[in-house]
Design a protein around this ligand. Sequence first.
Ligand SMILES: [Zn+2]
Ligand SMILES: [Zn+2]
Length: 285
Amino acid sequence: MKTPIKTDQEILENSMLEDDPNGNSSIKSNTAEKTSPRWGPQHKGAQELANLYSPGKRAQEIICVYSCIALMVLDFFLIIKHFRTERISVAFVAAFCGIITADFGSGLVHWAADTWGSVDLPIIGKAFLRPFREHHLDPTSITRHDFIETNGDNFMVAVPLLATLAYKFLTRSNHEIQQDFAWSAYLFLCSIFVAMTNQIHKWSHTYWALPRWVLFLQENHIILPRRHHRIHHVAPHETYFCITTGWLNWPLEKIRFWPSLEIVIEYLTGYKPRADDMKWAQKVD
Ligand SMILES: [Zn+2]
Ligand SMILES: [Zn+2]
């Protein structure tokens, strides 16, 4: 039996009750909490951050989503066309490694965006760090985002990976493609899981009307389960950053991977981890 990373009490006291938005079972019922909510759509910082979602950002997301879907379809047909049944075991190993890589990548990007930089930074601040800050203040906002806003940025990361794969398939001889098939299968599955990460993350915040197959995948920990991701949403949001499958969260916590990285970066740069995240959390008027 694994020791819990956060106790139920810590989770209740330091996070938003997403499965009970009316707070009927909340242990926090004092008036101060009601007039000045620490989390949710009424939070001043969350509202300010939501208003910074711009038409330019929306356009970038639309372009990324459509080009990524086109490349996914093209690569899928190229993989099937070149697949040989004797490659099935290679394909399974590649799938597993691709998923592990995507999970680690999700943790690294999420940790970097949560921990460093600020919304005031030119270009990346408003376009790419803003959604991370908003998500901590109002975790349920993701459930109100449409397909484009949910997936635009992750699809953007997958585009160059899928484009590289398509280029290799289309410019190489059949012999070269067969020799490299394991690598191609790895890259394809890693790209698909990178692209799917924020959709999986959105499902981990959704407590109503999830399709049964999504519940099945969550309950069997094939994708990020809801209870598992709750551990990240406990202030100060310093652990469990992996959000594709979450498989790496426990081992990374046990080897103190994220705090060790933070100590090194703080020593080298002098920046305090999560300074911007805490600044937004404190915006009450
Ligand atoms: Zn986070
Ligand atoms: Zn989340």
